[in-house]
Design a protein around this ligand. Structure first.
Ligand code: HEM
Length: 465
């Protein structure tokens, strides 16, 4: 094959292609550019050249871990101000990544996640009780509710800590500080160092937010260490493992790394799953047929008794709904990669050159709608395509909401169990409707995406609750 130039929009004198993108809404920018330039295009982002890849066939080269590896640049690099070399923001070559990966993988394996079911149920129960008390006329802010749910769940399951978000009016101050720090990290990625220094007030606020988040984590560690001394034995949740585990060379995690990982899990472990739940309910409510089938499945398999962990695997239709929702709305819409060898790589069977210094963007949201894989109805919400072997028969790398290879999501099983459980519990107890059926999807993007500014109403089903 002969090498082809990568399409690129015309550049501006000092700003390259910066004016062609909106840093607060990269997803939309990439979508617009894809319609003009096709599934691969380059952008001059002044400090780096970015090559966006949005088809399954090109993704196959990019997902080859012997040739490409995760890049920590742009917003992710700024998030390191918060989470340092924690798992999500570590460079693949950092020894902190290898250590935490080895020590923490078992804590999120299938058996460990099953054991977390009672804690997950505990937090979800608080949400349902609150909704029930509100009554059928109250409007529930979906994004707010699922943020509370997922934050409380990861904190309880991983650290034995209760944020008690369902017992307070506003958000826990940790959430506000972490979210503000994330937003500022994103903005910093789009500015020059000088601009950032000029905005001193934003800088001071940023530092305060970060200090506050660290303080919350340090306090949890201190409490746990004291309790550990009192009990004489450590608890075996994630925090217990982080404080006690050693790798085969006897190396453990420093207190500083523990803090970074805690913050990593609190951030990576809630916004993503919260977004998935938000999109799932929005898609079901916009497709009443799907909502009806999902509820029917819960009635058949769980009935009106207590939900158990053994029910979850049997909820095949709900699983298909989640898979289809995250296909159309992957809460992590793209990930960054660069060549592993430090030299140029040709992709697409020798057609396109990814230069050593480029950031290659794996456009998950575009791959998930690639008509070559998903057909002409790629943009339609049709959970049935994920049933009866449809999911298993997909070509490689066409459904990648949890990322690629060794740097893929450590919390996948956790997120899936939590989301399946929440959908089942809500449908079992309530008839859900949109407060404003004319709501048009409004997506807020930080590192993740979620639909915001919409409410639901819930009515207790007869004989439930
Ligand atoms: C990594 C997606 C839930 C913790 C990732 C990556 C993706 C992802 C795409 C790779 C990012 C990259 O390559 O830059 C999701 C989605 C979730 C979810 C869509 C929910 C629907 C969770 C949960 C946790 C978690 C619940 C924690 C319990 C992490 C961590 C990493 C990661 C620590 C970094 C892993 C590493 O590089 O070693 N996730 N995630 N995620 N996720 Fe998740």
């Amino acid at each position: 094959t002969t090498e082809l130039p990568i399409p690129q929009p015309p550049t501006h004198l000092f700003t390259g292609n910066l004016p062609d993108t909106d840093p607060s809404h990269m997803l939309r920018s990439y979508q617009t550019l894809t319609t003009h330039y096709g599934p691969i295009f380059a952008l001059d982002m002044v400090r780096t050249r970015v090559v966006y890849i949005g088809s399954q066939s090109l993704a196959t080269s990019l997902c080859d871990e012997s040739r490409f590896t995760k890049t920590v640049a742009g917003a992710l690099l700024q998030v390191r101000n918060l989470t340092g070399p924690g798992l999500f923001t570590a460079h693949s070559w950092e020894k902190e990544w290898a250590l935490a990966h080895t020590l923490l993988m078992p804590a999120f394996g299938p058996l460990a996640v099953r054991r977390m079911f009672p804690d997950m149920l505990d937090v979800a129960g608080q949400m349902l009780a609150r909704w029930q008390r509100f009554g059928p006329e109250a409007e529930i802010d979906v994004s707010d509710a699922f943020t509370r749910l997922t934050l409380d769940t990861i904190a309880l399951c991983a650290f034995g800590y209760r944020f008690n978000s369902f017992y307070r009016e506003g958000m826990h101050p940790f959430v506000t500080a972490a979210l503000d720090a994330l937003l500022e990290s994103g903005r910093r990625a789009g500015r020059t160092g000088l601009e950032t220094r000029v905005r001193r007030w934003a800088g001071e606020r940023y530092e305060r937010d970060i200090e506050f988040c660290w303080g919350v984590c340090d306090e949890l560690v201190r409490e746990r260490k004291e309790r550990g001394r009192a009990d004489g034995e450590g608890e075996q949740d994630l925090l217990g493992i982080m404080l006690g585990a050693r790798d085969e060379r006897g190396e453990g995690m420093s207190d500083e790394l523990v803090r970074y990982e805690m913050l990593t899990f609190l951030i990576a472990g809630h916004d993503t799953t919260g977004g998935l739940l938000g999109f799932t309910f929005l898609m079901m409510l916009k497709h009443p047929r799907v909502l009806h089938l999902a509820q029917q499945e819960v009635d058949e398999i769980v009935g009106d008794g207590p939900l158990s962990v053994n029910h979850l695997d049997k909820l095949k239709y709900i699983e298909a709904v989640l898979r289809e929702t995250i296909r159309l709305h992957p809460t992590v819409p793209n990930i960054g990669l660069h060549t592993k060898s430090g030299e140029d790589e040709l992709i697409g069977g020798g057609k396109y050159r990814i230069k050593a210094k480029d950031t290659a963007i794996l456009g998950i949201s575009a791959i998930h709608r690639d008509p070559a894989v998903w057909g002409e109805d790629a943009n339609e919400f049709r959970p049935e395509r994920m049933l009866n072997g449809g999911f298993e028969a997909l070509p490689p790398h066409s459904w990648k909401p949890f990322g690629n290879g060794v740097r893929s999501c450590i919390g996948r099983g956790f997120a899936w169990q939590e989301a399946t459980m929440a959908v089942a519990l809500i449908l079992q107890r309530f008839q859900v409707e949109m407060a404003d059926p004319s709501y048009e999807m409004n997506i807020r993007q930080t590192l993740t995406i979620k639909p915001v500014g919409w409410n639901i109403k819930v009515r207790l089903r007869s004989g439930r609750g």
